[in-house]
Design a protein around this ligand. Structure first.
Ligand code: NDP
Ligand code: GDR
Length: 363
């Protein structure tokens, strides 16, 4: 039985990858961090599985990484752990650099020092943010990088140190340069999930309006569940190489809003420009979306569009057979509509109970 170690197993991608590898028959080990509240929601359904194991480790703590690598002695490591929010990286640049840049080095060195350099394959979660300010579209493995946030600069170090260990020590380590991928498990402060959750809340009368930043930003959005298979495929190739994973399609934040609100039963029209742009309900005339400079970034990446030709040829990646943009938006909105409906039902139960207690109907 092959052993995989996933850092960042509690995150969106980590949880899907753990499911995928368990189905493939792997013994799956994941790293978690101690927290005063429970952040294991995305993997709660896997706990108790005989091939699923969790270990405490932090990418900022070499000793914890050495411990887990030497204990598990994995065949494959998927380094997904990161401070992954681009806007947050402007507020916490040093922490982001420590985890997203030096953290990668700590993993590579742990593998080497534990004598696993010749046997352990390493996947590094690189990102389309590396292209940053680049104006060439679409972007492929040969497009030069121009990182445009503390997050992207840290990830650039991660990309290069992985390449360096491959060339210096002959290690099987590679990067997946993944474009944005989303899901019903996406963190609630990333733009797609922020939109789908707001659409569901507004449609069910639980929120008045949604404030966003740059509505014109363009992204190549795919479905996270589809993308984790590529992480695995990248590590199954005869030679270690870096790959762009993307859908090859580009959409704006505004377009995402339009489709998401439509799925929630609200037709929007957009009026105005820049900070004055608004998303208006065509039936009621109510302003539902406003632009707030609070969500602008000091430097923003506005034109990402991936060219996954290499992945198509070498990995057999076929985005046309995967979840489409519209399907992605729909599945996210449907999940959030259900979540909000459950929350409302819970609130109603509490209200009823309070009323029954007050009236003495229940004691
Ligand atoms: P999430 O933010 O959902 O998950 C990040 C994970 O990293 C969480 O499990 C988090 O743990 C963990 N983590 C954060 N800091 C540390 C630390 N110091 N030590 C150990 N673990 C830590 O990200 P995604 O699942 O979306 O992304 C996975 C990876 O892929 C990230 O590296 C991201 O940068 C990269 N990426 C993501 C893309 C996307 O579109 N989703 C695209 C390209 C790259 P905790 O739960 O305790 O916070
Ligand atoms: P990104 O994702 O920065 O691409 O990083 P995010 O969803 O945060 O932003 C996408 C674009 O939307 C614009 N935007 C807003 N973004 C957020 N978060 N909140 C808003 O209110 C808002 N309004 C507009 C942003 O300016 C941006 O242009 C994600 C992360 O998963 C990274 O870890 C990963 O490496 C990249 O995707 C690929």
């Amino acid at each position: 039985m092959k052993k995989a170690l996933i850092t960042g197993i509690t995150g969106q991608d980590g949880s899907f990858l753990a499911e995928f590898l368990l189905e493939k028959g792997y013994d799956v080990h994941g790293t978690i961090r101690r927290s005063s509240v429970d952040f294991r929601e995305r993997i709660a359904h896997l706990e108790g599985h005989p091939n699923f194991h969790l270990h405490y480790a932090d990418l900022g703590d070499s000793m914890s990484i050495m411990q887990v690598v030497s204990k598990v002695r994995p065949d494959e490591i998927y380094n997904l752990a990161a401070q992954s929010h681009v806007q947050v990286s402007f507020d916490s640049p040093e922490f982001t650099a420590d985890v997203d840049a030096t953290g990668v080095l700590r993993i590579l060195e742990a593998v080497r020092l534990c004598g696993l350099a010749a046997t352990c394959r390493i996947y590094q979660a690189s990102t389309s943010e590396l292209y940053g300010k680049v104006e060439e579209v679409p972007q492929n493995e040969k497009t030069p990088f121009h990182p445009y946030s503390p997050y992207a600069v840290a990830k650039l170090y991660g990309f290069w140190i992985v390449k360096e260990y491959r060339e210096a020590y002959g290690m099987y380590c590679c990067s997946g340069i993944l474009f944005n991928h989303e899901s019903e498990r996406r963190g609630e402060t990333f733009v797609t999930r922020k939109i789908t959750l707001a659409a569901a809340r507004i449609a069910q009368g639980k929120q008045e309006k949604l404030c966003l930043g740059n509505l014109s930003s363009l992204r190549d959005w795919g479905y996270a569940r589809d993308y984790v298979e590529c992480m695995w495929l990248i590590l199954q190739q005869p030679e270690p190489e870096d790959y762009v994973i993307a859908t090859g399609e580009q959409h704006s934040v505004r377009e995402f809003c339009q489709l998401a609100f439509r799925r929630a039963g609200i037709e929007l029209r957009f009026e105005g420009e820049g900070e004055n742009e608004k998303g208006i309900d065509v039936n009621t005339g109510k302003v539902l979306i406003e632009v707030s400079p609070d969500f602008y970034r000091p430097t923003d990446v506005v034109n990402l569009w991936g060219d996954p030709t290499k992945a198509k040829q070498k990995l057999g990646w076929d985005p046309t057979k995967k979840t489409s943009f519209e399907q992605l938006v729909n599945l996210m909105v449907d999940a959030d509509m259900a979540k909000v409906a459950v929350e409302r039902a819970g609130e109603q139960v509490k209200l009823n109970l309070a009323e029954y207690l007050e009236k003495g109907i229940v004691k």
